[in-house]
Design a protein around this ligand. Sequence first.
Ligand SMILES: C[S@@+](CC[C@H](N)C(=O)[O-])C[C@H]1O[C@@H](n2cnc3c(N)ncnc32)[C@H](O)[C@@H]1O
Length: 204
Amino acid sequence: MNDLMSFGLHKSWKEKLISLIDVEDQSYVLDLASGSGDLTVLLKNRVDCNCLIYDSNIKMLQKAKKKVKNAQIICGYAEKLPFKKESFDYVMVAFGLRNFSDLDQSLREVWRVLKKNGFFLCLEFSEINNFFIRDLFNLYGKIIPRYAGFFLNQRMAYNYLIESIKQFPNQAELSGKLKRHRYSNIKVIDIIDGLASIHIAQKK
Ligand SMILES: C[S@@+](CC[C@H](N)C(=O)[O-])C[C@H]1O[C@@H](n2cnc3c(N)ncnc32)[C@H](O)[C@@H]1O
């Protein structure tokens, strides 16, 4: 789905997120809503730090186990993280936040498990601020579920994907949310005029 919705570009966007992490081999990093662990693979190619892969879907974690060497893997929900407060230097999440059933509670949990001065980094589909690209994407969003329904019998899943992108807070709204949840030094990096964006926020 990520491949489809990002035109295959999500891998380079994930590399961008990883390039923003100033990690050392003693750092503790949580890959939240890890899926099959793409972010951890990219990070560990740079530095063999302490990574914890965490997702609510056991099947995704089984895929992660095959892909990632030397990382702890835990199954659970973002809304209730089974970690002590101030456990991680970084919490990173790619295309996960949009799927959480309680975004506010998840942001509270991330804040709790971050160490002081630790960073939260989030890559997510966002609000496109270029009219031309927005129209193109809207058109694409109408075609995808039909295509998926016809060829894959998966129309519902793709409808959800398009709808979840529309419903998700835009860059300013997500920044506001982070601020209300006590995060500091919030920065936003738009990718392709906001088709996706990376939010970086610090726990001070
Ligand atoms: C679109 S995938 C992204 C996976 C991966 N981060 C990537 O970019 O390839 C979204 C992931 O979020 C997980 N997820 C959804 N809701 C969750 C929750 N409440 N807590 C933890 N993980 C969740 C799903 O199981 C799924 O693996």
